[in-house]
Ligand binder design. Structure first.
Ligand SMILES: Nc1nc2c(ncn2[C@@H]2O[C@H](COP(=O)(O)OP(=O)(O)OP(=O)(O)O)[C@@H](O)[C@H]2O)c(=O)[nH]1
Ligand SMILES: [Mg+2]
Length: 282
């Protein structure tokens, strides 16, 4: 089957600007931990942070403190707020998240506590309901996505005026470290298939390290039907389809050292189903 002729370009799409919508209420299944601190109110409580980082965690007890430390090294903590979405991990990640919130302050960290493993897509959605900042960053907490790239994403957005910046492993100096041949083939294959069927114009459709204008993500989220690994791909395809402007920044992606991947055979089948659905519906 030939690739479709839709002209999707990674940086030539029409920029429609961000339309604001009022944030909806958080889901019933989640509760927010936010300790009262006497420090100046910046962050989620006051809505003064420019950027909110949504960090979904499931069994990331070892990785989470390192992530938060790296944020403190590479980012200005008054400009950023982190929402940790914790799904009752059996390894005690929730306690670690709460301790980090106590150390760094509720102005910097919110812990969104959910009752069980409800999936990555729904983790993003629950947190997005709480976001007050104009920009939002989605990334993994397993140290595959290094916070040092965030300032590059921010510069790219302000220089280009784009609506979304996505990290790419396959262009602009990006790369992968630590993957075996099987994972490399899976990732390349997934991107090749998506490019062949959807011609999205971005080089790393399955990547999940991105900066969005918050209203753009809010507009697209209700359209998303997939729940698993394919979720990030669907978000990007629908954003491009809606005419928003997307730019890429090369990132080095490092395989997790601590903990286990949640990517199994079910996710691969889900990806293929989601890809077919997008091919037929966009
Ligand atoms: N809250 C929440 N977080 C999740 C869930 N599933 C995965 N995560 C987190 O989402 C991020 C990505 O998950 P990974 O297991 O690393 O999946 P992946 O990056 O696609 O797979 P690898 O490349 O093998 O690491 C990590 O920070 C996980 O802890 C979930 O159901 N709920
Ligand atoms: Mg990972």
């Amino acid at each position: 089957m030939p690739p479709r002729s839709k002209s999707r370009s990674r940086s030539t799409s029409r920029s429609r600007g961000a339309r604001s919508k009022s944030p909806a209420k958080a889901t019933k299944k989640a509760s927010v931990t936010s300790t009262k601190k006497s420090k100046p109110k910046v962050g989620l409580g006051s809505g003064k942070a420019e950027y909110t980082i949504i960090l979904p965690v499931y069994n990331e007890r070892e990785n989470l403190p390192i992530m938060i430390h790296l944020f403190s090294q590479y980012l200005s903590l008054t400009d950023y707020h982190v929402i940790i979405v914790e799904d009752n991990s059996p390894d005690g990640t929730r306690e670690v998240a709460k301790q980090l919130q106590n150390s760094y302050g509720a102005d910097f960290i919110t812990v969104l506590e959910r009752e069980g493993k409800l999936g990555l897509g729904s983790a993003y959605l629950s947190a997005l309901h709480l976001v007050k900042s104009p920009f939002v960053i989605l990334m993994d907490a397993d140290l595959s996505h290094h916070p040092k790239f965030i300032p590059k994403f921010v510069s790219k957005m302000s220089e280009s005026g784009c609506d979304v910046v996505t990290g790419t492993r396959y262009r602009d100096g990006g790369g992968v470290a630590g993957w075996d041949t099987r994972r490399k083939v899976m990732s390349k294959g997934a991107n090749f298939l998506a490019d062949f069927l959807l011609s999205p114009g971005v080089s790393d459709l399955t990547g999940s390290f991105r900066l969005y204008k918050t209203p753009v993500l809010r507009e697209i989220f209700p359209l998303i039907v997939s729940k698993g690994y394919v979720f990030q791909m669907e978000v990007m395809v629908r954003i491009i389809d809606a005419g928003y402007k997307v730019e890429e920044v090369g990132i080095s992606f490092v395989d997790r050292i601590y903990g286990e991947s949640k990517l199994g055979a079910g996710e691969v089948i889900g990806y293929l189903k989601g890809l077919l659905n997008l091919f037929l519906t966009t």
